[in-house]
Ligand binder design. Structure first.
Ligand SMILES: Nc1ncnc2c1ncn2[C@@H]1O[C@H](COP(=O)(O)OP(=O)(O)OP(=O)(O)O)[C@@H](O)[C@H]1O
Ligand SMILES: [Mg+2]
Length: 83
């Protein structure tokens, strides 16, 4: 089980936050789809979940344990695709 609680992401170079209060739960064995318009923050969210970047605020739990960025990076695998 993966749980995101109130994730905020705001790169210093932007005037507006990319993610403002994202919460979700994803269960093991069930695919989870993240959809949205171009620029809405899908890739930013995956980067945060997988520990490639850090949220400004919020918590991420894996199997009930609150993991920091380094811990998430060590257990995550991400495949980026090029169209
Ligand atoms: N590290 C960063 N520094 C500055 N701006 C960023 C950073 N990361 C993301 N952004 C900006 O945040 C917004 C969301 O980008 P993101 O790539 O997460 O969107 P996306 O939903 O994956 O878009 P697409 O569907 O085009 O792949 C964009 O405006 C992007 O330019
Ligand atoms: Mg993207």
């Amino acid at each position: 089980m993966l749980e995101l609680r109130d994730i905020h992401y705001h790169p210093a170079t932007l005037t507006k936050a990319v993610l403002a209060g994202v919460s979700l739960k994803a269960s093991n064995g069930t695919p989870t789809v993240i959809s949205g318009a171009s620029g809405s923050g899908k890739t930013s969210l995956i980067e945060i979940i997988s520990g490639l970047s850090s949220p400004k605020k919020g918590s991420i739990y894996v199997h009930g344990k609150n993991l920091n960025t380094r811990q998430r990076r060590s257990i995550s695998g991400v495949v980026f695709s090029v169209p």
